[in-house]
Design a protein. Sequence first.
Length: 481
Amino acid sequence: MHSPRATVGPSIGARLDRLPVTARHKRFVNVMALGNFFEIYELFLTSVLLSTLKEAFSLNGFSLSLFLASTVVGGFLGAVVVGRVADRIGRRGAYVITLSLYSAGTIACAFAPDIWTLIVCRFVIGIGLGGELPVTDSYLADILPPARRGYYAARAYTCAHVAVPVVGVLGLLLVDKAPFGIAGWRWMFAIGSLGALLTFFVRRGLPESPRWLEMVGRSAEADKVTAVFERAAEAEGWRPPAATTKEEAIPSPTEARLPVRMLFRAPLARRTALMALLWTLGPIGYYGFSKLATLALEAKGFDLGSSLTFMTLSFLGSPIGSYLSMHIVEKAERKWILCAALTVMAAIGLAYGYAQSAVMITALGFCFTVVANIKTNATHIYQLEQFPTSLRTTANGWLFSLNRLSTAAAPFYMVPLFYGAGVGAVFIVGAAAMLLAATAVAFGVRTRGLSLENINTASRPESSPKAVIPSPHTRTTTRKP
């Protein structure tokens, strides 16, 4: 890894890290959350509409698997391509690409005349969604101060996860109806496309990432954007600390622009491998509940109306779990939160797979969703802290692409396993995958409260970075020369 460059005075990263969270930061988080809302909406739309689309288009085993895989295959391509593009042209420009593809694909789904058109449109949607997550995570990492980075990143995801019960409620209201003579499932796609267009207009006012601007040599623009955040903090009573000693006046390090091959060399290779394992195993553990739940409930003798009711009640756990994560992610190291959540998910998933009563199915589904969303938010936060600015979105994109690829492959072995060995076998395989992921994460690095530059400084041993950024609200003292 190349040595960090030095800048005159504090680097952009150091200036951003010393700020308190202001109203401007919160507006930024809210805009991120709006885009994520419709992204989560789309991801959970499949599980709600699966039985309806299966009947409407007479889906068989192969076409069903192809339909389920289309979005995630597109997501694989989008994560790889858009992730790299975002590190080349900036976070803001990449958003234009992702939202345009998502909007076009979703509105086209609402008018799809046959299953093959729907599959193609879902593939286009997947490209947009695949690029959205890595760009969002990198953007949040670039802007948020480390002392509260986990909390506000989780807050962005929490607002977004309100989409999960919204999808469930819309499913109950629209799936088996045809307002104005148009099938309810088409209305649900149309709602998603209108939301994406709204997000597009709101996000036009976002600034480019100052860390990215500095890294590519556009220092004047980086300074201008950072100064906006500093003025917002000063308006709320914050004052920048003065450098009063020779030691404190030493220029702050700025990250160098690194080649992609560094992701596969020490010290980053270990992180790349660990996160790849986590993102690959995650879909196996979650797939049975998120995609096959309605089919599993039908196999246990429940009709479609009952299945959708159980799923809606289970989905209520999504924003609750995400909200809880806001208050957990800053209390312990991210990796230990992940280990605990994965282990609990394995246990609840096994119990869900063998539950028979309506009360037990609903209760376990709710608990699984709560813990799953704590795990999901912790994973995103841990991921966005792992890599340097010049490779952050590239790494995020590639790793998300493994997640999409694993999810795309899942129906081709999970659906046959479901029909061949039953519901229980699906959840046994899922539990084993989650326990293996928990074991791997235990060997990860510490990140809580650390600046991104400190986590990614080449000279520091990877296993124990030590420089913790204090809370912006903590009173600082001046040392005597």
